[in-house]
Design a protein around this ligand. Structure first.
Ligand code: PLP
Length: 390
């Protein structure tokens, strides 16, 4: 079985278990103290950068309020996320409308609410920003590769070729907007730090070309997310990411860096939460089958959608004593959809004595779980979250 102590020390585990006691499964348990430490650590590792928390990773009001009080800014994707953060007291100068896919009337709404910072990657969207949010700051998202080494790629759908980014920024100025910078996202849970090197090099090329040829001086780089949470596939430590990325930035931009924005989602909240579930059934499909099917009350539709194609491999542990004999399992969720199989090929093993009613703990599940859960599939309610206050 996976060694829980490689993810949470005994004191932290006790904190989780104490609060988990007696609650009906499945549920998410988020420790706000871990999020505070993640925020402070990133601020320490990138003292020159501003953090814009990617709200989609976990939009719980408790988390937004904590990050607001710590001084974070927010990357927002829709008018509903906007309403939520504004209602929690975040001022519009701390908000970036980072979604490049938006309706003209939503741009207008953001502008009316006071937001003045917009991402774009297409001509139509740029024109909409110029007419509905006149004079605002815009940055253009460029396409970056990254999908081979990111466990949850965000490429292809977003961003445009650097040549097109160049044209958009020139046009932004003609349209009366303030072309302020370049953004990219190297892919979520990006394990190859070199991806930032390439993206920063492309960004540097655009900074230089626009200044030399058009007299446009960009002032900001939005490096998006991509920093890892701790799953079963190893990654470098965050300190290594910070050291290398800082080096790339200085190599390309010298001593005086432009304004740097980071948009952590997964790395901010992933490790802060666990899901507690219960085994519903254990069965074999024939008398001599080597693999057992373990059905649990959490699955793809109530929190674990990022296990699509077994992309994100969460550490799974039980409360059974260490050292028991184990065997291969297929882990599956509780719904009547055969897509609701969590892990079949990734080699998960659990004790042979595992039985209905036993608890399963899904580690590092604070990100992209509650916000992705279905509302009523098969009647199962959206998964609940409980918070451990600081
Ligand atoms: C989802 C998203 C992020 C967060 O990415 P993580 O890899 O979870 O840190 C940041 N920026 C943008 C624009 C996003 O869409």
């Amino acid at each position: 079985m996976i060694d829980r102590s490689a993810y949470y020390d005994d004191a932290q585990w006790e904190r989780f278990l104490t609060v988990a006691e007696g609650k009906e499964t499945p549920f998410i348990l988020v420790d706000l103290g871990i999020i505070r430490r993640n925020y402070e650590r990133l601020a320490q590792l990138f003292p020159f950068a501003k953090q814009y928390y990617a709200v989609k990773a976990n939009p719980a009001p408790e988390i937004i309020t904590l990050l607001k009080n710590l001084g974070s800014n927010f990357d927002i994707a829709s008018r509903w996320e906007l309403d939520k953060v504004l209602s929690l007291g975040v001022t519009p100068d701390r908000i970036s409308y980072g979604n490049t896919i938006k309706k003209a009337r939503d741009i207008e709404y953001f502008y009316e609410m006071g937001v003045r910072l917009f991402a774009t990657d297409s001509k139509t969207d740029l024109h909409n920003i110029a007419s509905k949010a006149p004079g605002s700051r815009v940055y253009v998202r460029i396409l970056v590769e990254g999908s081979q080494s990111a466990d949850w790629p965000l490429s292809r759908k977003f961003g445009c070729h650097p040549d097109m980014a160049y044209n958009l920024l020139v046009e932004a100025k003609q349209l009366g907007l303030e072309p302020c910078g370049i953004s990219f996202h190297v892919g979520s849970q990006q394990r190859d730090i070199g991806q930032w090197d390439e993206a920063i090099a492309k960004t540097n090329y655009l900074f230089r070309a626009l200044e030399e040829e058009e007299g446009i001086k960009l002032s900001m780089i939005n490096m998006g997310g991509g920093f890892p949470a701790h799953y079963t596939v190893p990654t470098h430590e965050l300190t290594t990411y910070a050291r290398e990325i800082t080096r790339y930035l200085h190599e390309d931009f010298g001593e005086n860096l432009p304004e740097i924005i980071l948009e952590p989602g997964r790395s901010m909240v992933g490790d802060a939460g666990i899901i507690v579930s219960e085994v519903v059934l254990v069965s074999r499909k024939n008398n001599t089958a080597l693999q057992r099917w373990v059905y649990t009350d959490v699955g793809k539709f109530n929190g674990l959608i990022e296990t699509l194609d077994e992309a994100i491999k969460y550490p799974v542990v039980t409360a059974l004593p260490a050292g028991l004999k184990e065997g291969d399992v297929i882990l599956a969720g509780p719904t009547c959809d055969s897509m609701d199989i969590i892990y079949e090929k990734s080699g998960y093993q659990l004790p042979l004595s595992l039985a209905p009613g036993d608890k399963l703990y899904w580690l590092s599940t604070g990100a992209y779980t509650s916000s992705y859960a279905a509302v009523e599939f098969n009647g199962f309610p959206p998964i609940k979250t409980y918070f451990i206050e600081e």
